[in-house]
Ligand binder design. Structure first.
Ligand code: SF4
Length: 335
């Protein structure tokens, strides 16, 4: 489920006239100038039992590929350095359009996940994928990450790891053998960061299901995770499920989950100390700059602190050497 509320305006159809148009040519954005959310579809064909988004927004409606590309190119020309691709179900892109082609730069471009990612990867901006369900064809974009065309980052809302809980949640995507797939992805792209969200205390979740979730998270080395205690949502089918988990058990599981997440993140970040990496600058003041690595999405992941670095501008991408790490953040110096 999409947790980001920020989104971009659709591409403007008419030529921009700076004298009469209040809205800039690149559309309205509620984000700093150097990154922007790019919405590729609305709605969802899945029916997860805890979610009412399909009731509110309807089934998947993808934007034609050339509309998406027109907006993306306009954003990049307007100074955006990082595109955050969002939707409710990013890897299902184009299914409703039967993957119809539209013309982009004189060539047919299908409304399909991989060709769209390839085209976005040509724009020269960082491209970050959010809300990707692990359908089999997700494997095909991992080489683009290894080649540097897309950021080595996948936001996959797994929600749980126990087959029984996933079944009760009616989650999309083939959840079996996910660990094996994550290992294969990392063979192709060792730097891949996976962000995810989970729900603890879903109706019927047993102690065994919960322990399985913690073990799974350690093995998958998911360093960037969020966790929610299950709460019923008006109109969601999960409200009729038996086996409600008492609040104190939910709380205890949430704390244990967050503790485990912290350990996993700390271990993974410690391995980065000493490495030279590229970061994008978000803010600068007279004490230094706040930046993000390729493994950090704005607002939800960690930061890279560049103490004493003041000769940079927001949106600038600079090379740094990582000198220190804690649970979720890094410190680095210019190289
Ligand atoms: S995939 Fe599931 S959780 Fe996400 S929007 Fe669709 S129904 Fe909701």
């Amino acid at each position: 489920m999409s947790r980001l509320s920020k989104r971009c305006m659709p591409p403007r159809r008419q030529k921009h006239d700076p004298f009469i148009d209040l809205v800039p040519a690149e559309g309205l954005r509620l984000t700093p100038r150097h990154y922007a959310y790019l919405k590729i579809s609305e709605g969802c064909n899945n029916r997860c039992t805890f979610c009412i988004i399909p009731q509110l927004r309807g089934d998947l409606k993808s934007r034609p590929s050339n509309h998406v590309m027109t907006e993306a190119e306009r954003l990049v020309k307007a100074g955006v350095k990082e595109l955050l691709v969002i939707s409710q179900d990013t890897s299902a892109y184009g299914l409703d359009l039967k993957y119809a082609e539209s013309q982009w730069k004189g060539q047919p471009l299908p409304a399909r996940f991989l060709p769209l990612c390839e085209a976005l990867g040509e724009l020269g901006a960082w491209v970050r994928l959010h809300y990707v369900y692990p359908y089999p064809h997700v494997d095909t974009v991992i080489p683009l990450m290894a080649e540097g065309k897309l950021l080595p980052y996948l936001d996959i809302p797994f929600q749980h790891a126990s087959p029984a809980v996933l079944k009760a949640m009616r989650r999309p995507g083939n959840q079996e053998k996910t660990l094996e797939r994550i290992r294969r992805w990392r063979d192709v792209c060792p730097d891949l960061a996976i962000r995810s969200t989970f729900i603890v205390g879903f109706p019927g979740e047993t102690d065994e299901d919960f322990e399985l979730l913690l073990d799974w998270m350690r093995e998958a080395e998911l360093a960037r995770v969020g966790c929610f205690r299950y709460e019923p949502v008006d109109g969601a089918p999960a409200n009729d499920l038996e086996g409600a988990v008492p609040q104190e058990v939910k709380d205890e599981r949430w704390h244990r989950f967050m503790e485990t997440a912290k350990e996993v993140s700390e271990k993974r970040l410690a391995k980065i100390v000493g490495r030279e990496i590229d970061v994008i600058v978000d803010e600068v003041d007279d004490e230094g700059a706040l930046a993000r690595s390729k493994w950090d999405a704005p607002e939800i992941d960690g930061s890279v602190f560049l103490n004493g670095v003041t000769d940079v501008k927001p949106g600038e991408i600079v090379s740094v050497r990582v000198t220190q790490a804690d649970d979720y953040d890094l410190w680095a110096e210019r190289v």
